[in-house]
Write a protein that binds this ligand. Structure first.
Ligand code: NAD
Length: 299
């Protein structure tokens, strides 16, 4: 029998994810406090209800796609007692590993089941149903969630127990942030030394300094025509979101006593850049490194 779904958080990501579930034939009760999000969900064929609690009544699966961990914990406090016992709660928001573990533990204490299932792939992936899901939780619950996640995703990976899906997400994004900063420093150093962007690309893309940031997402215009650098750094993946994810990574480094100096520094560098350029693609960090280097030069 097709699962009955409650969906909370119909923003940039949750809106299209819920729409894909409706299109695949699932019965979706949806809630978001913002009228424009409600209106769009109605157009997409979801049944929009007027409270979070109303969205979980009689549901088999409850999906949340919310801005932060505090909100997830607050919403769970209301929803867990309102849902049928044994309901599968799937949180797709990107939140602290510690919050994800706490949310799952509270769900299980309340007689429910829980998975953390953050995503990568952005708004385009949400719309196309090609997100990558990184899932943490019990094997049986993962197996039960698979049909629903596969409607919204192109790749679904069970990473381990509760919180380990979030761990995969922040480890990847911490490495991406560090890698983009390192690449940008090397590009600006090359500029100062008279190395053209194309020559840099031709050498480094097949040498030991190669990275996804260079070959798929080159932060300067030219070598990779599809990268945001060729479109005035329109996201893509916005600096605000990279800054958020690096903050979560920094919390996890601290909480777990990891000597993560580059991860901490990357969080600081993006926090500063985010103060003026939150809406630009995160690869625009190269422009900041160049500007700051030029200011040093002028001294
Ligand atoms: P968003 O701000 O567009 O959407 C969040 C939605 O949650 C909003 O519509 C808001 O009104 C709603 N909301 C707030 N309180 C609520 C409540 N009590 N009940 C129901 N809904 C409530 O954010 P987004 O871009 O859709 O991102 C959602 C999550 O996905 C975040 O954790 C983000 O880090 C993560 N994420 C985003 C992207 C991206 O490219 N946007 C990519 C990967 C992961």
């Amino acid at each position: 029998m097709t699962k009955k779904i409650g969906f909370l958080g119909l923003g940039h990501m949750g809106g299209p994810m819920a729409a894909n579930l409706v299109e695949a034939g699932y019965d979706v009760l949806a809630f978001d406090p913002v009228p424009a999000a409600q209106e769009q969900a109605r157009k997409d064929g979801a049944t929009v209800v007027d409270s979070a609690v109303a969205a979980v009544a009689g549901r088999d699966v409850v999906i949340t796609m919310l801005p932060n961990g505090k909100l997830v914990l607050d919403v769970y406090a209301d929803l867990l007692p309102a849902a049928n016992p044994g309901t599968l709660f799937i949180d797709c928001s990107t939140i602290d590993v510690a919050d994800a573990k706490a949310a799952a533990a509270r769900a299980i204490d309340a007689g429910q089941r829980a998975l953390d299932a953050p995503v990568s792939g952005g708004v385009a992936g949400a719309a196309a149903g090609t997100l990558t899901f990184m899932v943490g939780g019990a094997e049986a619950d993962f197996a039960d969630a698979l049909d629903v996640l596969q409607v919204m995703g192109g790749k679904v990976v069970h990473c381990g127990g509760s919180g380990v899906g979030q761990a995969a997400k922040i480890c990847n994004n911490m490495l991406l942030g560090i890698s983009m900063i390192g690449l940008s420093e090397a590009l600006v150093l090359g500029e100062k030394l008279g190395l053209s962007h194309q020559s840099f690309f031709d050498v480094v893309s097949t040498a030991s300094g190669q990275s996804w940031a260079l070959t798929s997402y080159c932060p300067v215009p030219g070598p990779v025509p599809t990268s945001p650098a060729n479109n005035d750094y329109q996201p893509g993946f916005a600096t605000a979101l990279m800054t958020k994810d690096l903050g979560l990574a920094a919390n996890a480094l601290r909480d777990n006593d990891v000597d993560g100096q580059l991860g901490m520094l990357a969080a600081e560098i993006y926090t500063r850049f985010n103060q003026s350029q939150a809406g630009k693609d995160f690869s625009a960090i190269v422009t900041d490194i160049r500007d700051r280097s030029d200011q040093e030069d002028a001294k």
